[in-house]
Design a protein around this ligand. Structure first.
Ligand SMILES: Cc1cc2nc3c(=O)[nH]c(=O)nc-3n(C[C@H](O)[C@H](O)[C@H](O)COP(=O)(O)OP(=O)(O)OC[C@H]3O[C@@H](n4cnc5c(N)ncnc54)[C@H](O)[C@@H]3O)c2cc1C
Ligand code: FES
Length: 288
């Protein structure tokens, strides 16, 4: 699975997405983020790395136009259908603007709209086929996209190193969940309040120097971090998949608002063709 090989393909959904309303079970602050848990009927199950479009706030008795659009959020965790036949999913988010502020105000028993699961996820089958470990790199809220992938790899008995980076200890979302997976976990914080002081790309480079092209990198986080991961992976001829978090309006390929330039030619839609891409598919210079 080294970078001289063919592009590594992300995985399409098994089943079509659903559009519906989910019952909110909890929506609580955790560190500098919030974990919202909802119950939803007919949820088909997500591939790790897929996302949902979640309503910006509770379902209202009258239509809401400000903001009109839902917000993309990674499916952080899934819990299989319970007694009522509803699946439960968790999202982990930071309040950064109006949409997430309204979402933070939603309480138990209220409902939020959900469309999903959407996009293409991480390829479980190929991962680790280079013989070395899967290096899962999460930065900031990008960490939320990695939990189910890490869990699936752990269940498959793969060699995995989790590299989670954030500004400070309270930004390391879901840390206890990741610890409970029993995988090797390396945390970095920019202020040194937890783990290694500095950027997550530091320990990534150490691991790549150790394993070279046998390693596979799977990165989610801010664009500069993804680009740095892609550059490092290329330097060590390791395969690298990145999950882009471009702003989205529709989430399913209609508005063209999430287009990113391809390295070869033309554009890809992050919501439909991604968010998971082989890093070599992206024209990094052309990203905003
Ligand atoms: C596939 C995907 C998965 C995502 N998963 C998560 C997740 O699990 N948890 C989470 O907290 N966030 C996630 N995001 C980002 C999240 O969608 C945005 O933070 C959210 O839409 C902001 O909405 P808002 O109305 O609160 O902010 P807005 O008022 O829309 O924007 C507030 C500020 O945030 C910036 N911003 C908005 N969207 C993004 C973005 N996508 N990336 C970087 N900056 C942005 C704006 O430029 C502005 O400065 C994901 C995005 C994508 C595309
Ligand atoms: S968000 Fe509309 S096409 Fe991707």
């Amino acid at each position: 699975m080294g970078s001289n090989n063919a592009l590594v393909r992300s995985v399409p959904a098994k089943d079509p997405p659903i559009r519906g309303y989910a019952r909110v079970l909890a929506n609580l602050a955790e560190g500098n983020g919030r974990r919202i848990r909802v119950a939803i009927r007919g949820w088909p199950g997500a591939i790790p790395g897929q996302f949902v479009m979640v309503g910006a706030g509770a379902e209202a008795s009258v239509p809401r136009y400000d903001p009109l659009l839902s917000r993309p959020m990674a499916v952080y965790r899934e819990h299989g259908p319970g007694e009522a036949g509803e699946a439960e999913i968790e999202l982990f988010y930071r309040v950064v603007g109006r949409g997430t502020a309204l979402l933070s105000e939603v309480g138990p028993a209220q409902r939020v709209s959900i469309v999903g699961p959407l996009g293409r996820g991480f390829p479980l089958v190929d991962c680790g086929s280079g013989g070395g470990p899967a290096l899962l790199v999460g930065g900031g809220t990008g960490i939320a996209s990695l939990y189910e992938f890490a869990r699936a790899l752990a269940e498959a008995g793969r060699s995995v190193v989790l590299l989670l980076g954030a500004g400070a200890r309270d930004d390391l979302i879901g840390r206890a969940d990741f610890e409970a997976l029993g995988l090797e976990l390396v945390c970095t914080t920019e202020d040194g309040s937890d783990g290694i002081r500095g950027l997550v790309t530091g320990p990534l480079e150490t691991r790549l120097a150790e394993h070279g092209s046998a390693a596979s990198v799977f990165a989610v986080g801010p664009t500069p971090m993804l680009r740095a991961c892609a550059d490092l992976a290329a330097r060590y001829a390791a395969a690298c998949l990145v999950s882009l978090e471009n702003p989205m309006a529709c989430g399913f390929g209609v508005c063209l608002g999430c287009a990113v330039p391809r390295a070869e030619e033309g554009f890809s839609l992050v919501c439909r063709d991604g968010p998971v891409f082989d890093a070599r598919e992206i024209d990094w210079e052309g990203l905003p």
